[in-house]
Design a protein around this ligand. Structure first.
Ligand code: CA
Length: 637
């Protein structure tokens, strides 16, 4: 009982500090001789029934009870006896549900499970520590789907599972590439993969949340055992942490799989969803519905959910899907809550929605409002599309395919979406105002799981592209991303020239489309080596990750270049760098270019598709020549 009281008091403390109208007081407190069920729901329910089942699939409950109204949207009941291993549902009169905040579930997440969470901790879990990260600018984020990453690995013991990320081949690959954060695509319990048919081919990205606070069953070795997915998820986090890699969770609070069957709707119809003025469900997510983060209980739910993933699963960061659907106030409250736990936990999101939301634009977590969301970052479509072309037409090229007038947009991405005296905002593709206060509020990237991957996009937008040119442009694109002052982010598999066979929206495409072809690692060793050396270059040199807008304005200056070329200098030992002045030239053109740089003796570390920090000869300043479709990086002592 001691543990019970401790948990209660912790919940109360958290609720007090958040000072909200609602306290999110959902958890079921398990003790060997007693279980306290408590769940949020409307005060005016005629009844709330608790049903206890022996298994996740047994037809009849072994026990039922009417819950007691505890006031303030709370329904409670205590049950004596040892209920460990049993399952339960709530019924608010709209069908059975595991509740809003189930922490363990049976197969397909239909029923919640009574377990002792402490028993799911792998050995040494208490000693698990978050890898050090002083600034988000130091992060190198690798976005991956569990199945894409490991399903095609002949040496994987657990292909497609959480445990694949504990295996030596996986850890070795990530460490040798040099990434220090993996961003895992939705890994909470989602609905589109039937966990009872895992012997059949099924694939989904998982943007269809069912139980937000339980790991997905299909990524575990046994979705029928409620402990298994939780333990294996923790083993994954532990293995990555041991390797110095942070774990970032993709969280999709902005919509649910559907409305009719959602746990939100079954508990409190229409409370959690926004409606338009004419009473229709709003669809800002493009998935048929949009949750209402501004509703006190939804806000409290999001806060508690983020906190739970940090405390129970040691998660190090969150990527908010369609953050532009959430209200700014909720995002800021989440940031403040997280700061109290560990301010180095990184929060970023998509600063847009997929349709119009039923909340005024000025209240939404959009990219344009990032300056009102301190220490929260958003993806930059400016740098992405400047390089590869616009999101709405895969056949249109960006700078890499010779599109005109994209240089300023690339420069805007290089400074990290902040105000900079040499970036002419009138010529930037989307934003006409800088939207980031600090460069660490911008995610720098050229591809992610959405849309085509980089090689496919280059092929689709540039006719008659030879393989040699494809590789040159691929490496050049990532050089822009990784020398940007934003937070660099890459899609898993780009380092081995991944292709999705031209499929743009591969959310339910088969493994044959989505899997990473690991044979490419030996087929194109120079591609992997370039990525690896590029990441190492960034990690070795603070000049590329200044982390502060003032430092970027002080140390980063653009050089005069012909059209199709962008060049900049990081001067005066930027960020305490041992290199006095660093020059980066990005030549997207098919011809070699001659550009003027300040006089001096420069050591070349990147030229014509090769990076070597030990040096590749020297160049005199004045006029320097840059090979076609490649980057030149050099420094002065
Ligand atoms: Ca599931």
């Amino acid at each position: 009982m001691k543990k019970l009281f401790l948990l209660f008091s912790l919940a109360m403390m958290a609720a007090t500090t958040q000072a909200q109208e609602f306290e999110f007081d959902e958890p079921v407190f398990y003790a060997p001789d007693f279980v306290q069920f408590s769940t949020n729901g409307p005060d005016n329910c005629d009844y709330v029934i608790l049903r206890i089942y022996d298994t996740a699939t047994s037809e009849e409950p072994c026990n039922t009870a009417n819950m007691i109204h505890g006031g303030d949207n709370l329904w409670v009941i205590g049950m004596s006896g040892n209920l460990k291993g049993k399952f339960y549902t709530y019924d608010f009169g709209h069908g059975e549900t595991p509740g809003l905040f189930a922490k363990a579930v049976g197969v397909n997440g239909k029923r919640a499970a009574l377990i002792d969470l402490a028993e799911t901790n792998p050995e040494g879990w208490a000693d698990d520590r978050r890898p050090v990260c002083k600034s988000p600018a130091d992060l190198v984020i690798y976005e991956m789907h569990h199945r894409d990453f490991s399903i095609n690995r002949p040496d994987a013991k657990y292909p497609g599972k959480f445990l694949a990320l504990t295996e030596p081949w996986a850890i070795e690959h990530l460490k040798s590439l040099g990434v220090n954060a993996v961003h895992i695509l939705p890994s909470y319990d989602y609905g589109s993969v039937d966990e009872t048919r895992l012997d059949e081919p099924q694939y989904n990205w998982g943007y269809d949340p069912v139980n937000y606070n339980v790991p997905e069953g299909s990524y575990s070795t046994n979705p029928y055992d409620p402990m298994c997915r939780i333990r294996e998820f923790k083993q994954m986090v532990q293995a990555l942490h041991k390797a110095g890699i942070r774990v970032i969770l993709d969280v999709v609070y902005n919509h649910t799989y559907d409305i009719e069957h959602s746990n939100f709707q079954k508990v409190w119809p229409d409370y959690f969803y926004r409606k338009t003025a004419d009473g229709q469900y709003s669809n800002g997510s493009g998935c048929g519905n949009e949750t209402a983060s501004e509703q006190p209980l939804m806000r409290a739910f999001m806060l508690e959910s983020v906190k739970y993933w940090i405390e129970e699963y040691h998660i190090d960061g969150f990527r908010f899907d369609l953050m532009g659907c959430h209200d700014i106030e909720t995002m800021n409250q989440i940031r403040q809550m997280v700061n109290k736990i560990d301010p180095t936990i990184f929060i970023y999101g998509e600063g847009w929605s997929a349709g119009s939301c039923a909340l005024p634009t000025e209240q939404l977590g959009l990219k344009a409002n990032i300056s009102r969301m301190p220490s929260i970052a958003a993806f930059s479509d400016e740098i992405r599309d400047a390089l590869r072309g616009p999101f709405d037409d895969d056949t249109k090229p960006g700078l890499l395919g010779g599109a005109p007038n994209m240089e300023e947009s690339l420069k805007f991405g290089i400074v990290g979406a902040i105000r900079h005296p040499q970036v002419d905002m009138t010529n930037v593709n989307y934003s006409k105002e800088p939207w980031a206060t600090e460069p660490t509020q911008m995610i720098s990237y050229v591809s992610c799981h959405d849309d085509m991957c980089l090689t496919d996009r280059l092929r689709a937008s540039i006719p008659q592209l030879s393989e040699e040119e494809l590789i040159r442009l691929d490496l050049l694109a990532q050089t822009a991303v990784f020398t940007s002052q934003g937070v660099p982010f890459m899609l898993a598999g780009e380092e081995v020239l991944r292709t999705k066979q031209g499929v743009h929206n591969s959310f339910e495409s088969p493994d044959s489309i989505n899997r990473i072809d690991w044979a490419n690692k030996t087929r194109y060793p120079h591609v992997f080596n370039y990525y690896k050396n590029l990441i190492q270059l960034r990690k070795n040199h603070p000049a590329f990750r200044l982390g502060s807008a003032d430092l970027v304005r002080k140390h980063l200056e653009f050089l005069r270049t012909p059209k199709g070329v962008v060049a900049f200098r990081l001067k005066d030992n930027a960020g305490g760098d041992t290199w006095r002045n660093v020059i980066v030239v990005l030549n997207t053109l098919k011809q070699k270019q001659s550009i003027t740089v300040p006089k001096g003796i420069y050591h070349v570390v990147c030229r014509d598709g090769v990076i070597n920090e030990q040096g590749m000869g020297k160049l005199r300043g004045g006029k320097v020549s840059v090979a076609p479709q490649s980057a030149l990086i050099m420094y002065e002592d």
